[in-house]
Design a protein around this ligand. Structure first.
Ligand SMILES: [Zn+2]
Length: 510
């Protein structure tokens, strides 16, 4: 009898807690609430939408086309370069004269260039903006237009690199040029650093730049790189475009599985074959994904969308403490969402012999893993070994690839896993303010970057990293990144310039 009463009291308490949390979170999240995080952008000199009536007469349009027309594909061979990389650097030095007067260009080599724009307050920690000017190769036949002609059609510029990421680089250059031309000086030192091999790992570009700054003893308050965008329609339930600012980034490791056997004639195969052993190991990996984990940053993201979704969904998201064990199973069916809360293991290469009537001496598979912040490459290696549980399968790091551990919220303090008040996160307030001005009505939410960016090379010399490119993209437009017919709207381009101007005018808020 008493036990029933206790169960009744317990259930009632859980319902009350859930309802209270739901109603509290129906108000905009502290991260996204303009009343809680005051960002006064009345100083901003630019209007929210600045597409000129005739862009063909606008120098900013022509410079963007010039940048897009350069085929800056970095060769895979580390001993080689591409003359267009040098040409791109010359373009930056020649085409932005007002900025060139206040900020000296420093060319390290074809893969690295940086600028320092001295600010008013030397004692404040500087801020760093980074981007890359190399692009991925193209499959020209699949393109409607020449990928390096930058054709303008119905308000879109078609070109490889339009989204990734000559857009952020050129929009930023336009912003600093416009500000410098009218005598503006930033509140603190502003550095711009551009790499020429992000698509080849950033070891010749970003890593060299970061090492240089480290040697000079320069430490940044925060840095802004590409990564997330204003996602339009990616999460239909939210009914609004979401400005996602990635504050953490997943790591990267390639594991190689090897099974050896005695080579021989295929007419006398052994009872247990290497291919079959490897197949069983791959099946074990496919069947048992790694443990799901809700990162604090993703918890804050889910809390932030409570006011945007319908009531039942909001009720569940407001109470992840109760519903998470169930919810992750539902979300896990969607590959994009699943990648946000677990280390993923993708089987990318499977290879054995190359003659149909010869037993190979070994078969191999490569597992490309994306590591969730808070975990390490060696954890993944151990977990994969455990899942396979077969000594005949050797599991090791792939010798040809570097291991990148994840980048957590505060790279210098990885033990701090959460940030309750976003004002404590360097750069959040001015970045959010500039987003709110130029993407009105889009909630600004913290997020996780599941891919790699150049910013990871700077982790030891910055207090915080924000990954956000100021452009509004639908999932179909996002698919064009590294794909065919990559393009950017002029509206995004000009909004991007205005965004960087507002941001640079307000970096004193950070
Ligand atoms: Zn990129």
């Amino acid at each position: 009898m008493y036990s029933l009463v206790f169960v009744g009291i317990g259930v009632t308490l859980v319902i009350i807690i859930c309802l209270v949390r739901f109603f509290l979170l129906r108000k905009p999240l502290k991260y996204a609430d303009p009343n809680l995080v005051q960002t006064d952008l009345s100083d901003s000199s630019v209007s929210p939408n600045g597409v000129p009536s005739d862009p063909l007469d606008d120098p900013a349009f022509h410079r963007f086309r010039m940048a897009l027309a350069m085929p800056t594909v970095t060769p895979e061979d580390k001993a080689r370069t591409n003359p267009w990389l040098k040409r791109f650097q010359e373009f930056l030095v020649e085409e932005y004269p007002a900025f060139g007067k206040v900020a000296q260009a420093n060319v390290v080599d074809d893969f690295a260039i940086w600028f320092k724009w001295p600010g008013k307050n030397e004692e404040k920690k500087p801020v760093l903006f980074i981007a890359h000017y190399d692009v991925v190769p193209v499959n020209e036949k699949a393109w409607t237009h020449d990928p390096f002609e930058a054709v303008l059609e119905e308000g879109y510029l078609y070109a490889r690199g339009a989204l990734d990421t000559k857009f952020t680089l050129v929009a930023l250059m336009e912003a600093v040029e416009a500000l410098a031309a009218r005598g503006f000086q930033p509140d603190r030192d502003v550095y711009l650093a551009f790499g020429g091999d992000e698509e080849r790992n950033g070891t010749r570009g970003a890593q060299v730049l970061a090492n240089h700054f480290a040697e000079e003893g320069i430490r940044f308050s925060w840095l802004l790189d590409e990564g997330s965008v204003v996602a339009d329609g990616s999460l239909k339930a939210a009914r609004k475009p979401l400005a996602l600012v990635a504050l953490e980034e997943k790591g990267y490791v390639n594991l190689v599985l090897t099974v050896k056997q005695a080579p021989g004639h295929s007419s006398r195969p052994p009872g247990v074959q290497a291919g079959a052993v490897l197949g069983k190991a791959l099946s074990a990996i496919g069947k048992r994904p790694l443990r799901p984990r809700l990162l604090p940053v993703m918890k804050r993201f889910f809390q932030g969308i409570v006011p945007l979704v319908d009531r039942p969904t909001g009720f569940i998201l407001a109470n992840l403490w109760l519903f998470w064990p169930l919810l992750h199973r539902v979300l896990g069916r969607n590959a994009t969402l699943a990648a946000l809360f677990r280390t993923t293991m993708a089987i990318t290469i499977v290879k054995g012999g190359n003659t149909e009537n010869v037993l190979p001496d070994q078969v191999q598979a490569v597992i490309n893993c994306r590591i969730l912040p808070g975990e390490h490459a060696h954890d993944v290696l151990e977990q994969v070994k455990k899942r396979i549980g077969d000594k005949r399968v050797a599991v090791d790091y792939h010798p040809d690839f570097l291991v990148d551990d994840p980048v957590s919220l505060f790279p210098g303090n990885p033990e701090i896993r959460d940030v309750k008040d976003p004002r404590d996160f360097p750069g959040w307030v001015p970045v959010k303010g500039a987003i709110e001005r130029h993407f009105p009505g889009c909630p600004v939410l913290p997020f996780l970057n599941t891919a790699l960016t150049d910013s990871r090379h700077y982790r030891s010399i910055t207090d915080a990293i924000l990954r956000f490119a100021p452009m509004k993209l639908s999932p179909r437009e996002i698919d064009r990144i590294h794909g065919d017919d990559e393009r950017i709207s002029l509206e995004n381009y000009y909004t991007g310039i205005a965004f960087y101007i507002s941001l640079l005018e307000n970096i004193s808020d950070s």
